[in-house]
Design a protein around this ligand. Structure first.
Ligand SMILES: [Zn+2]
Ligand SMILES: [Zn+2]
Length: 392
């Protein structure tokens, strides 16, 4: 039974950490321990560590920590790439070592020994493609084409130069301070890929996320089928009912089956829990990015729109309250104004509530067009090369 409790704790702690890490800053978790765990994981623990080093080792220690932070967070480095390869390699190795002996089994044919290797291989290939492909670097040679391909919307993008690259900054591009280059249709700098995600490699990044989401589901289901097959081959249900006299119902059998599974196949169960949680994470992350792609917005632009909309809201609110003040002053000056019904006043919305702002994304050209722009980036098309002659 002890192993069972360890498994339950492992599942709960992993879930808590994952939810806190990903959703801890959501408004519904404000003031809760989820928000505190999120703060601790993302900032607090590191801050305590830095202070601790400062107290114990003085300024030399703090400087050492800061230079390590600079290397790992502000410069391109392959640490997370190595960790990704380590994780996927280790998981595949453990699955092969502990579960391949059950394949072929009652539910899985021998082909899964090879398809699993193929699936992992494709996953690594997509990882390498995203990591080492050009995200759409803007340089003096292609800048005029990018300027034509992405017009300024004069809302979140207006004409300006990149102060580092000393070239005009096309709309939707951003200078990545880690890679030290301007990237067209910049989404974000991905530490796991040690590369920017931009105009030309968003398609590989999306394929990577989708493939790994499916890969984790495949792993979870396949391991589940290995265990189900073992249960069938070893006639566990028959033994429990015929020899141990346990009633043949789900409610009576389930605890015994779980106990048997946890006792005999704990590695497979741990792997299943891990893969199921990672698949949830990847599924969520893929869904978030798919929504961005289909509305032709980048992660970078979501921040810009947030800033723009909150600023616009404040401006409109200021205008509305000025108008309300003006109206009340003019109301005071009118001597005989018919009294307003109390009911009407009750149900009338305040003028401030009428304030609404619109996100006018000129790059959003409809579902299919946006999807096609991801699959076939503008700079890979023939029309892109023709743009230079037009503009220059
Ligand atoms: Zn730049
Ligand atoms: Zn970058």
């Amino acid at each position: 039974m002890a192993v069972q409790w360890i498994l339950v704790c492992h599942g709960l702690i992993t879930l808590l950490v994952v939810i806190s890490f990903l959703c801890g800053q959501w408004p519904i978790f404000q003031g809760t321990f989820i928000e505190r765990i999120n703060y601790f994981i993302t900032f607090g623990a590191y801050d305590y560590f830095r202070r601790f080093v400062g107290v114990v080792f003085g300024s030399k220690g703090t400087n050492a920590v800061l230079s390590v932070e600079y290397y790992f967070c502000d410069r391109p480095n392959p640490t997370l790439q190595v960790i990704y390869l380590g994780i996927i390699g280790a998981i595949y190795y453990i699955i092969a070592k502990t579960s391949f002996s059950y394949i072929p089994g009652y539910y899985l044919s021998e082909v899964h020994r090879y398809t699993s290797l193929l699936a992992v291989g494709v996953g690594i290939l997509l990882f390498l493609l995203t990591s080492f492909s050009d995200p759409g670097t803007v340089n003096p040679e292609n800048v005029s084409q990018y300027l034509s391909a992405y017009p300024y919307d004069n809302i979140i993008y207006s004409e300006k130069d990149c102060s580092t690259c000393k070239i005009p900054k096309p709309a939707r591009s951003k200078h990545c301070s880690i890679c030290d280059r301007c990237v067209a249709r910049f989404d974000h700098h991905c530490g796991w890929m040690n590369n920017c995600i931009g105009e030309r490699n968003t398609r590989y990044f999306m394929a990577f996320l989708l493939w790994h989401f499916l890969l984790c589901i495949y792993g979870t289901v396949a391991l589940g089928l290995v265990l189900a097959g073992q249960m069938k081959e070893l006639k566990v249900i028959y033994i429990l009912t015929a020899y141990y006299g346990i009633e043949n119902s789900f409610r009576s059998l389930a605890p015994h089956v779980v106990q048997w599974l946890v006792g005999s196949y704990n590695t497979q169960i741990l792997l299943m829990v891990f893969l199921a949680i990672v698949s949830l994470l990847l599924g969520g992350f893929f869904g978030y990015h798919a929504n961005l792609c289909l509305t032709n917005t980048t992660t970078n632009e979501t921040y810009k729109w947030q800033d723009y909309l909150s600023w616009q809201r404040k401006v409109n609110e200021a205008k509305a309250s000025a108008a309300a003040l003006k109206a009340s002053i003019s109301g005071l000056s009118q001597e005989r104004k018919p009294p307003e019904s109390k009911w009407k006043a009750l149900f009338q919305r305040s003028r401030l509530e009428d304030v609404h702002v619109v996100k006018n994304n000129i790059y959003d050209k409809g579902f299919f067009h946006n999807f096609y722009e991801i699959v076939s980036p503008l700079s890979t098309r023939w029309s892109f090369s023709q743009m230079k002659s037009k503009s220059g």
